[in-house]
Write a new protein. Structure first.
Length: 255
């Protein structure tokens, strides 16, 4: 893997047919550079038939662009947490022919925190596949905005693309979710998107409490179940434990 930093932009390049099984922690990787604080845009170029796993916990307003070349594959996980000031994350995925991207993400906001996540999936050539699952919790007076954009270009026949966004809300939290799709070629194209915002199911809470759990214990169990598909999709134990720890810390702030 090659890394170049110039004029506020960092470029990571994964050479042709290179397979990196170890999950790359972006925040840790970039912090190794003395120019880390000056980076405003990160470009990840996965060249033909290469493979990469990424764990992204960057909480600054850095733009991320992932270029997945012909036949390449990317597993991308992003974790966004609210901080004192408003945070905006922009992540773009550009797919070539036969490229595949699996995007999973979690977001955690509480108190008066504000978080905006923009994710775009651009299919520019045939037979590309991209799937997004983004789940989160908003509590207190927090605000969360999600914009998911899909583009199927004219030459992107036989594309398969999906977006799924779900949010659990507590207190007076506000959530705005705006998925969108632009399909310029509908030849054998499969596109779907779904977005849901709601509270924990009262019947499920009642059932768990009737079995001896307290209100707090019941909520924690349901929230853990909500994020299970994310946590247990990791084979890297360090990342799995880090994600579990962050979710537990945020649950303490739920009101």
């Amino acid at each position: 893997m090659d890394k170049v930093i110039l004029d506020g932009q960092c470029v990571l390049r994964i050479p042709v047919k290179t397979k990196i099984d170890e999950c790359i922690d972006l925040k840790k990787l970039l912090s190794e550079s003395i120019q880390a604080k000056k980076i405003k845009k990160l470009v990840i170029h996965i060249q033909k038939c290469a493979y990469l796993k990424i764990y992204d916990t960057i909480n600054t307003e850095m733009q991320i662009e992932c270029i997945i070349s012909d036949g390449a594959q990317l597993d991308f996980f992003t974790l966004a947490e609210g901080v004192n000031q408003q945070v905006k994350k922009d992540i773009e995925f550009v797919l070539g022919s036969d490229a595949q991207v699996n995007i999973r993400g979690a977001y955690l906001v509480s108190g008066n925190q504000q978080l905006c996540i923009n994710i775009s999936q651009k299919h520019l050539a045939k037979n590309a596949k991209s799937h997004l699952k983004l789940y989160g919790i908003a509590s207190g007076n927090a605000m969360f905005d999600f914009k998911g954009a899909v583009l199927i270009a004219k030459d992107a026949q036989r594309s398969v693309v999906s977006q799924e966004n779900k949010t659990l809300i507590f207190g007076n939290a506000r959530v705005d979710a705006m998925p969108s799709m632009e399909v310029l070629n509908n030849i054998d194209v499969a596109c779907k998107h779904a977005s849901a915002v709601g509270k924990l199911d009262d019947n499920q809470l009642f059932y768990l409490q009737s079995r001896g759990l307290t209100d707090v214990q019941a909520k924690k169990m349901l929230i853990n179940g909500f994020f299970d598909f994310l946590i247990y999709s990791f084979d890297n134990q360090i990342i799995k434990k880090d994600l579990e720890k962050r979710i537990k810390e945020k649950m303490r702030q739920i009101s």
